[in-house]
Design a protein around this ligand. Structure first.
Ligand SMILES: C[S@@+](CC[C@H](N)C(=O)[O-])C[C@H]1O[C@@H](n2cnc3c(N)ncnc32)[C@H](O)[C@@H]1O
Length: 340
């Protein structure tokens, strides 16, 4: 809750929760202010920017404090640095409803605890925290995935990887491993879209695997197996028709790591080596020994890594090596088929 401390000798010291003052009352207060050019500033000390309005309000604290705040006021009175859409999403989340509900109840009063919860969310968002971590979930391929700062927030670009797998592989009896599964977004989506596929998820992070496990259970995909391992090392002996991965591929020291959502995401999910290829290189080598002849390796990578990844695949003897572009026409995924 945004609290403004006012120390005014006329009314004593009071705390006015600014956000609990309806915008109607504020407008009225501002109008009245126009007719009251002088305020007892010399006798008051206000620790806030909106000094005259708060002084005016301080003279009638009871009336103002009792005024219930509506959802509309909560949205209008909160930090405008946070985009309006995001504020609506966070407010709906704070009251455990969706935006459609919020829109049909805008003028109803909000419970003080919900208001407080909402204001905490907005403060965190203003400080840069990703919306997905505040909500605790992110939608991917039409399904909700639990996320926390232990996992990468699934990105829309990664849906290309899923589309490719579905179009390149037969719909029956395909054995898949999603390496570096994080929240499980890729592998669990494939398992949900293709009920006949046998899907395994692997990750080096135990915290990530716990979240992937909860997502698996929430999606009712009990048949999907989870493995704690380093790339493909330590997977129980088996053969796959598809090795799919969105590995960490950002170069260490890349300035993007210090901007936006990336600041809050786990380092283990983001960067690998001076050129971002430290995990892609061994993964390409290891994939060769688990893929059946003709099986696919599909890798997401950085916007400027397609050529390097294709050349690594060629060097390892993969066939049909090529890259695919995302909706922004950026080569985002490269892959190839294991040679017979
Ligand atoms: C870019 S994130 C991808 C997460 C998820 N697949 C997605 O697309 O949203 C990379 C994942 O690789 C995992 N990882 C990092 N190093 C690994 C390794 N050596 N072996 C297995 N997984 C690893 C990280 O924990 C992280 O979950």
């Amino acid at each position: 809750m945004v609290e403004q401390r006012i120390e005014n000798p006329r009314v004593g010291s009071s705390i006015l929760p600014l956000a609990t003052i309806s915008s109607g009352r504020r407008i009225q207060a501002r109008r009245e202010l126009q007719f009251r050019p002088s305020f007892p500033r010399e006798r008051s000390r206000v620790v806030h920017h909106d000094q005259p309005l708060l002084l005016f309000l301080a003279e009638q604290p009871g009336a103002m404090i009792d005024q219930p705040t509506s959802y509309r006021d909560a949205l209008q009175d909160s930090n405008q640095d946070v985009d309006r859409f995001e504020r609506e999403v966070l407010l709906a989340h704070a009251v455990e409803r969706n935006r459609a509900w919020l829109w049909s109840h805008l003028d109803e009063p909000i419970a003080p605890e919900s208001l407080q919860r909402y204001q905490k969310f907005v403060e965190k968002r203003a400080a840069g925290h990703p919306v997905a971590y505040l909500l605790g979930y992110r939608e991917f391929y039409g399904r909700e995935f639990e996320v926390s700062p232990a996992v990468l927030i699934p990105r829309p670009e990664t849906e290309l990887l899923v589309d490719l797998a579905i179009s390149l592989l037969p719909d029956k009896n395909t054995r898949v491993v999603d390496v570096g599964t994080g929240s499980g977004a890729i592998g669990l989506t494939l398992a949900a879209e293709r009920p006949d596929w046998r899907v395994a998820l692997s990750d080096l992070s135990e915290a990530a695997l716990r979240i992937a496990g909860r997502n698996r259970d929430a999606l009712g995909l009990a048949r999907v197996e989870l493995f704690h391992c380093d790339l493909l090392n330590g997977l129980p002996e088996r053969r796959f028709d598809l090795v799919i991965s969105n590995p960490p591929y950002i170069a260490e020291g890349d300035p993007h790591l210090d901007a936006g959502d990336l600041r809050f995401e786990p380092g283990i999910a983001l960067s690998s080596g001076h050129d971002g290829l430290d995990l892609i290189k061994p993964l390409i080598v290891q994939a060769c020994s688990v893929l059946v002849p003709g099986g696919w390796l599909l890798l997401e990578h950085g916007h400027d890594q397609a050529e390097a990844v294709r050349s690594l695949l060629d060097k390892q003897g993969f066939d049909s090596v090529r890259s695919w572009t995302d909706l922004a026409a950026i080569e985002r995924v490269s892959g190839g088929q294991a040679s017979p």
